[in-house]
Ligand binder design. Structure first.
Ligand code: SF4
Ligand code: SF4
Ligand code: FES
Length: 229
């Protein structure tokens, strides 16, 4: 206990000071301090984007951005959780769209207002070059927007910093949907396998597997051909 006390550091949650163990993530420190997280938490593994956090360190004027489930606390951290940011989000039916610049500009005309300031890229906890995908969006290059924004987890921090009031991540997910549905090259062998599945080629095998015990399944799994010729 004495050892733990030595490792306690001050952080500020909603302006109130708490002494927390120095090894915890922001999320665990908040829970350690007694907060029960209902919003602003999801996967706890850095994938869902629910735990966006803005913080400053005492005496340092710079703003920092991170995911509460991934960022370890530092002494003098002032925290603000941003579980949701009210960015513009369009409704559309992806099956009725064409993968063109005109589609992008008609659904999100504001894409053309981007100033190229780069505040979004500085805020991104995924280190995505948000400015670059917005520039690609202004050129109507859907494939490039989809590619550059691939690791986006929809946390909203980029939008929170944008002087042009862009909804970068919603623009990017439209581009990724258009790319995935219309532009990505189709895999021939996947199409063939889907045809075989629909034709019932594996039905008997699946039925047999469903009848096996757990031990039989484990034995079968271990004995499988990993790279069948
Ligand atoms: S913060 Fe907004 S205006 Fe600045 S580069 Fe990013 S999207 Fe463009
Ligand atoms: S692009 Fe924006 S929404 Fe996506 S992870 Fe980066 S900051 Fe979050
Ligand atoms: S809780 Fe999902 S990214 Fe942090």
């Amino acid at each position: 206990m004495a050892e733990q006390q030595d490792n306690l550091i001050p952080i500020y949650i909603m302006g109130k000071q708490y002494m927390v163990p120095s090894t915890l993530t922001i999320m665990k420190a908040m829970e350690w301090a007694g907060y029960k997280l209902i919003r602003g938490v999801g996967c706890r593994g850095g994938f869902c984007g629910a735990c966006a956090t803005v913080y400053r360190i005492m005496g340092d004027p710079k703003l920092y951005f991170g995911l509460a489930c991934q960022t370890v606390v530092q002494p003098g951290m002032y925290l603000a959780q941003i579980p949701f940011f009210p960015a513009q989000r369009a409704t559309y039916d992806i099956t009725k769209l064409e993968p063109t610049a005109t589609t992008l500009f008609s659904i999100y005309p504001e894409v053309l207002r981007c100033l190229g300031c780069g505040a979004c890229s500085k805020a991104c906890p995924q280190e995505i070059d948000v400015r670059a995908y917005m520039a690609a969006g202004m050129r109507g290059d859907i494939a490039a927007v989809a590619d550059i924004s691939f690791d986006c987890i929809m946390c909203g921090l980029c939008a929170s910093r944008c002087p042009a009031e862009e909804a970068q991540y919603n623009i990017a997910i439209l581009a990724r949907r258009l790319y995935g549905r219309y532009l990505a090259p189709r895999s021939q062998h996947l199409q063939e396998r889907l045809k075989e599945i629909r034709a019932g080629k594996f039905d008997a095998e699946l039925e047999e597997l469903k009848g096996l015990s757990k031990d039989e399944l484990v034995a079968r799994y271990k004995a499988r051909d990993i790279e069948p010729k």
